[in-house]
Write a protein that binds this ligand. Structure first.
Ligand code: HEM
Ligand code: CU
Length: 839
C-alpha cells in the first residue's frame, strides 16, 4: 500500500516537472511558442484561411463567367483573380497544409515529444504567414500576379504587360519555398530518427511513409523552381536574357524548370491526402490495412515516376516526337501505382465491416472524384488528345477533379477524423453529412459541365466569351454549382467554430483507432506522451494490451524531466533502437524575428529597395546565428542520462548519429538539386544552339577558374584538417586551420570574381555570359556561407561550446564543405573546361 503510494507521488512529481517544462508561454509571449502542438495548429489555421480566400476568388471568377459578355469585373482584375486563385491554392494551401498537418500529427504518431528542430518549424510557419500575406494582399492594391499560376515568359518577363505582380509571385513564393524545404528537412529527420523504440521501419504507420516520401519529393522538386525563379528575377530586374531568344535565351527553359517542379507538385499534394485516407480507412473498417508492403511500394513508385512526366504539360511546345512518345508512355504508367493504392483501400474496406462515419463518407467521395479525374488524366496524357484540349476548360475540369478528389475531400475527411485529436471536441455528424452532400454535388455541378465547354472549345483564362457557342447554359450551371459547393464549405467552417466551444467532448480514442496518436490525453497537455512506449505492432493500440496504462503511469521511456529541459528520444533509422536523448530548444522569439527580417529582405527586393533588403538580410542572418548559438549543440552537463526502464543513453551525439548531421545532409541534397538545375540550364542552351559558347564569346578562360578551384579545394581540405585536429585534441591547430580555411575560401571567391569581371563577359549581352555569371555567383555565395560557418566554429571553440568531444558544429560544417567543394569543382569544370571540349 505505502509502496503504491510512493510510486504514485513519484509519478505525480514527474508529471508536474514534465508539465512545467513543456508549458506554453502566457500572454503576448504565447507567440514565442515553438511546440508542435501550437505551431501545427497555427499553420493549419493559416493555410485554411488562405484556402477560403482563394475560394472567394474562385467564386468571383465563376460569377464573371456565369453569362456571356459579362462585365462584373474588369479583364485586369479577372486575370489577377484566377492567377492568385491558382497560385494560392497550390502554394499557400495545398503544400503548406500537408506540412502543417504533419507537424501537428507526426510527433504524436511517433510518441515523440516534438520534432527534432522545433524552432525550425516555427520559423517555417512565420515565413509562410508573412510571405503568404504579402502575396495574397497584393490583390487589394491591384498589384497581384496576373500571368497564370505558371508565369510563362515572355508574357511574365515583360515589364509592361506583367507589372510588379510577377515580382511578388517570384520573390514571395521563393521565400515560402525556402520555408517549405526547411519543414521537409525537419519531417524527414523526424520520421527517420524520432520513432519510439521497437517501431522498426516496416512497423511505421503508413502516414509516416507518405510524409517521408513527400518530404523527399519536395527536396527534389522545389529547388528546380527556385533555380528558375532566380533566373527569372535576374531577367526582370537586371535584364539578363535567360528567356529572351534575341540574345540566346529560350522561354522553354522556364517551362522545363517549372514543370520539373510542377508535375511532382501534383503528387506532393495528392500523396499526403492519400496518407490521411490510409489512416482513416483501416480505422473505420476496423482491420489493419491490406497490403502494407504494396501501398508503400506504390507510393514510392508514384513519387519516383512523377519526376519523369513533366513534359506532358509541354506537348504543344513542339517537342521532338521521341520525347512525346516517352512522356506520354510515362504519364500512362503512373496510373499503375496510383491504382494500386486505390485498390488497397478498396480491399481493406472489403475485408472489414465499414462504419460509414463522416470521415468515411468524405473518403469514399474522394475516391470516386479522384478516379474520374484520373480517367480524364489518362486522356490528356495522350499528345494528340492534348493538342485539342490544351488550354481549354477541359483541363480546368480535369485538374479540379484530381485536386479536389485527391486533396480537398480527403483533407476534410481528415479534419472530421482528427478534430477530436486536436481539440478534444467532436464535430457534428449531422452538419458533416450536409456539408459532404453539398460539396460533393456542388463540385460535380461546377466541374462536370467544364468538360463539355472545354471540348466545345472554350479556352481557359478568358475573362468573357461570346454567346451562341453552346457554352452559355453550361457556364451558368457551373457557376450555380460553385455557390452550392461554397455553402457546403461554409457549413464546415460553421461546424468547426461551433464545435470549438459547444462541441460534444471527445473521448480519448473516439474512433477506436489503432495508432499511437490517439493516446493523446487532454488538449492542454503539451508534452506529447507522458512516457514513450516500446512498440511491437503496426497498430499498437489494438495489439498491445495495457500499453496506454503503461504510458500514462510513466512506465515507458523518458518519464521525467529531471534536468528541467525539453527532451525527446532519438532512435536508429531502420531498427529504432534507442541511441540518444536529444535536448530540444525551448520557446523563443528568434524564429519570428528571423522570419520578419528575412521576409523584409525579400519584400524590399520586390520593390527594388536595395538598402532595406540588404539590411533585412544581414540582420536576419545575425538573428539566425544567435538562434543557432543559443539553441543547438550545447555540451550537456553530463555525458549520459537515465532514460527510464533501466536504459542509460548519451545526451550528445555528433556525426551520422546526430539529428543535426542528417538535417545538414538532407538540406544539402536540396541545395545540390538547385545547383544541378542551373547547370541543366547551361547544357540546355548548349543543346539548342549550334555552337555554345557562341564563337564570338570570350569565355572566362582557364587561369582564373583554375585558381578558384585550387584555392577553394584547399579551403575544403583545411576544414577537414581542422575537424581532425579538433577531434585529436589539438584545439589550437584546429582554430588556426579554420582561419586559414576562411582565408583560402575568400581567395577562391576573389578568383571567381576575377573570372567573370576581368575577362570581357557581359551578362546583359548574351545568355552565355549570363549563365557563367550565375554559376560563379552561386558558387561564391556558397563559399561565403562556408567562411561564415568556419568563423562560427571558431567562435564556438573559443567560447567552449565546441570541444574535442563535442564537435557537432565542425562536423556539420565539414559536411557542408563536401557539397560546396563539389559545387565549386563542377562550376569551374563547366565554365573553364567545357568550352575547350565543345569548341
Ligand atoms: C472551391 C472550389 C473551386 C472553384 C469553384 C474553382 C474554380 C476555378 C476556375 C473557374 C478556374 C479557371 C479560371 C480560368 O481559367 O479563367 C480555376 C483555375 C484553377 N484552380 Fe480552381 N477552383 C476551386 C478549387 C481549387 C482547388 C482546391 C485548387 C487546388 C488545390 C484549385 C487550383 C486551381 C488552379 C491551379 C487553377 C489554374 C489557374 C491558372 O490557370 O493559372 N482550384 N479554378
Ligand atoms: Cu503533370
Amino acid at each position: 500500500m505505502s509502496d503504491d503510494l510512493s510510486r504514485n507521488t513519484l509519478a505525480e512529481a514527474q508529471a508536474a516537472r514534465l508539465r512545467h517544462v513543456w508549458a506554453n508561454p502566457r500572454g503576448w509571449r504565447y507567440w514565442s511558442a515553438v511546440n508542435n502542438t501550437e505551431v501545427g495548429i497555427w499553420y493549419i489555421v493559416t493555410a485554411f484561411g488562405f484556402f477560403l480566400f482563394a475560394g472567394v476568388l474562385a467564386l468571383i471568377v465563376r460569377a464573371q463567367l456565369a453569362v456571356p459578355q459579362n462585365d462584373l469585373v474588369s479583364p485586369e482584375f479577372y486575370n489577377q483573380a484566377f492567377t492568385l486563385h491558382g497560385t494560392m491554392m497550390m502554394f499557400l494551401f495545398a503544400v503548406p497544409i500537408f506540412e502543417a498537418v504533419a507537424i501537428l500529427l507526426l510527433p504524436q504518431m511517433l510518441a515523440a515529444r516534438d520534432l527534432p528542430f522545433p524552432r525550425l518549424s516555427a520559423f517555417g510557419f512565420w515565413c509562410f504567414l508573412i510571405g503568404g500575406t504579402f502575396v495574397a494582399g497584393s490583390i487589394f492594391f491591384d498589384a497581384a500576379p496576373a500571368s497564370g499560376w505558371f508565369m510563362y515568359p515572355p508574357l511574365a518577363t515583360n515589364k509592361d504587360l506583367a507589372g510588379i505582380g510577377a515580382d511578388i509571385w517570384l520573390l514571395g513564393l521563393s521565400f515560402i519555398e525556402v520555408a517549405s524545404i526547411a519543414a521537409a528537412v525537419e519531417l524527414i529527420v523526424g520520421v527517420l530518427k524520432c520513432r519510439p523504440p521497437g517501431m522498426r521501419i516496416h512497423l511505421m504507420p503508413l502516414y509516416c511513409w507518405y510524409v517521408l516520401i513527400v518530404a523527399g519529393m519536395i527536396l527534389f522538386a522545389f529547388p528546380p523552381l527556385i533555380a528558375g525563379d532566380i533566373l527569372f528575377e535576374l531577367q526582370r530586374m537586371f535584364d539578363w536574357p535567360f528567356f529572351d531568344p534575341d540574345r540566346g535565351g529560350d522561354p522553354v527553359l522556364w517551362q522545363h524548370l517549372f514543370w520539373i517542379f510542377g508535375h511532382p507538385e501534383v503528387y506532393i499534394i495528392f500523396l499526403p491526402s492519400i496518407a490521411l485516407m490510409a489512416m482513416i480507412v483501416p480505422t473505420f473498417s476496423q482491420v489493419p490495412i491490406t497490403g502494407y508492403g504494396w501501398i508503400v511500394l506504390a507510393a514510392v513508385g508514384t513519387g519516383f515516376l512523377s519526376f519523369g512526366l513533366w513534359a506532358h504539360h509541354m506537348y504543344t511546345t513542339g517537342l521532338p516526337a521521341l520525347s512525346l512518345g516517352f512522356f506520354s508512355a510515362a504519364s500512362e504508367a503512373v496510373a499503375i501505382p496510383t491504382g494500386v493504392q486505390i485498390f488497397v483501400f478498396i480491399a481493406t474496406m472489403a475485408t472489414g465491416r465499414v462504419i460509414f462515419s463522416v470521415p468515411m463518407l468524405f473518403a469514399a467521395g474522394a475516391l470516386a472524384v479522384f478516379v474520374f479525374g484520373g480517367l480524364t488524366g489518362v486522356m490528356v496524357a495522350l499528345a494528340p488528345f492534348d493538342w485539342q484540349a490544351h488550354d481549354t476548360h477541359f483541363v480546368v475540369a480535369h485538374l479540379h477533379y484530381t485536386l479536389i478528389g485527391g486533396m480537398l475531400l480527403p483533407l476534410i475527411a481528415g479534419l472530421y477524423y482528427f478534430f477530436p485529436f486536436a481539440t478534444k471536441r467532436m464535430l457534428s455528424a449531422r452538419l458533416g453529412r450536409w456539408a459532404f452532400w453539398l460539396i460533393f454535388t456542388g463540385f460535380n455541378i461546377t466541374f462536370l459541365p467544364m468538360h463539355f465547354t472545354g471540348l466545345r472549345g472554350m479556352p481557359r483564362r478568358v475573362f468573357t466569351y461570346p454567346a451562341g457557342h453552346g457554352w452559355d447554359w453550361l457556364n451558368l450551371i457551373s457557376t450555380f454549382g460553385a455557390y452550392i459547393m461554397a455553402i457546403g464549405v461554409l457549413i464546415v467552417v460553421v461546424d468547426v467554430v461551433r464545435a470549438l466551444r459547444h462541441g460534444r467532448p471527445a473521448p480519448r480514442n473516439p474512433w477506436n483507432a489503432g495508432t499511437l496518436e490517439w493516446t493523446v490525453e487532454t488538449s492542454d497537455e503539451n508534452w506529447g506522451v507522458r512516457s514513450v512506449p516500446q512498440i511491437s505492432s503496426r497498430y499498437p493500440l489494438w495489439d498491445q494490451p495495457g500499453l496506454v496504462e503503461e504510458m500514462d503511469q510513466g512506465r515507458g521511456y523518458l518519464p521525467d524531466a529531471a534536468a528541467g529541459r525539453r527532451e525527446t528520444l532519438i532512435t536508429g533509422v531502420l531498427d529504432a533502437t534507442p541511441e540518444q536523448v536529444q535536448r530540444l530548444p525551448t520557446n523563443s522569439f528568434r524564429p519570428l524575428a528571423a522570419a520578419v527580417f528575412i521576409g523584409t529582405c525579400f519584400i524590399a527586393a520586390t520593390f527594388e529597395w536595395w538598402w532595406l533588403a540588404t539590411a533585412g538580410g544581414i540582420i536576419g542572418i545575425g538573428v539566425i546565428l544567435g538562434w543557432l548559438w543559443t539553441g543547438t549543440a550545447r555540451p550537456p552537463e553530463a555525458a549520459m542520462m537515465d532514460a527510464g526502464r533501466g536504459l542509460t543513453l548519451p545526451l550528445y551525439a555528433s556525426g551520422p548519429r546526430s539529428v543535426g548531421w542528417w538535417a545538414m545532409c538532407i538540406t544539402m541534397v536540396g541545395d545540390a538539386t538547385a545547383f544541378i538545375s542551373l547547370v541543366f540550364g547551361y547544357f540546355f542552351y548548349w543543346t539548342i544552339h549550334a555552337e555554345f559558347p557562341p564563337p564570338e564569346a570570350t569565355g572566362p578562360g582557364l587561369a582564373w577558374p583554375g585558381i578558384a578551384a585550387a584555392t577553394g579545394l584547399a579551403a575544403w581540405a583545411t576544414v577537414l584538417a581542422a575537424r581532425h585536429a579538433n577531434r585529436a585534441g589539438r584545439v589550437a591547430i584546429a582554430r588556426l586551420a579554420l582561419i586559414a580555411g576562411a582565408g583560402l575560401a575568400i581567395a577562391s571567391i576573389a578568383a571567381g570574381a576575377a573570372a567573370i569581371l576581368t575577362t570581357g563577359l557581359d551578362p546583359v549581352v548574351h545568355v552565355y555570359d549570363a549563365t557563367v555569371w550565375v554559376l560563379v555567383i552561386w558558387t561564391a555565395l556558397h563559399l561565403a556561407a562556408g567562411v561564415l560557418m568556419q568563423l562560427y566554429c571558431l567562435a564556438r571553440s573559443l567560447a567552449g561550446h565546441m570541444t574535442p568531444l563535442h564537435d557537432i558544429d565542425i562536423r556539420n560544417v565539414a559536411l557542408y564543405w563536401h557539397f560546396t567543394a563539389g559545387t565549386l569543382a563542377v562550376t569551374m569544370a563547366v565554365i573553364g573546361l567545357f568550352p575547350l571540349a565543345s569548341g
